[in-house]
Design a protein around this ligand. Structure first.
Ligand SMILES: [Zn+2]
Length: 172
């Protein structure tokens, strides 16, 4: 079972895109986007969730966590990643990487994870974060000597802190 049912529409440039709605948020699938998902905030105050190819490979409950995490960024007013209406997925990636490396990112990640954990429960949130941790560990082993090694290590380190945050904030 897939969580989202997409419709084909044309964007302003006339390209066919896959669009749907989840809990009132517009979700756009972009096959060029090489992360699971990101929240794109536009200059006019609107926002949408962009999902990449690897999103489709996740199970339905992990997909739900990913979407709720992005909605959490919006609900918590994490408005730092603002882009113009003619966004490109590369622009989103660049802004995201920049913020991440500047260390501004982690507190926002905690809050977005907590939002998802409140909505769907601590166990599923932990399961999703552990899934990503395993995925990046696998990438680390596969891409030894690759130029992305530092970034993978950075994400792994961040995921460990995010897992610890959910564990400590949602103790029974
Ligand atoms: Zn996030």
């Amino acid at each position: 079972m897939t969580l989202l049912q997409f419709q084909l529409k044309r964007d302003q440039a006339g390209n066919l895109i896959k669009v749907t709605n989840y809990r009132g948020y517009t979700v756009i699938q972009d096959p060029k986007f090489d992360m699971e998902a990101a929240l794109a905030n536009f200059e006019d105050g609107s926002c949408c969730i962009i999902i990449g190819d690897s999103f489709e490979k996740c199970s339905a409950d992990i997909q739900e966590f990913i979407l709720l995490h992005e909605i959490g960024h919006s609900e918590c007013q994490h408005k730092s990643s603002t882009m113009g209406a003619g966004y490109s997925s590369q622009q989103v990636m660049d802004i995201y990487t920049e913020e991440r490396l500047a260390g501004k990112h982690l507190q926002s990640e905690f809050e977005a994870d907590e939002y998802a954990a409140i909505v769907m429960g601590r166990e599923v949130a932990l399961k999703a974060l552990e899934y990503f941790h395993q995925k990046y560990q696998f990438m680390q082993r596969s891409y030894k000597n690759h130029s992305n090694t530092n970034q993978i290590e950075f994400v792994l380190n961040e995921l460990e802190k995010r897992i610890a945050n959910i564990k400590s904030n949602f103790e029974n």
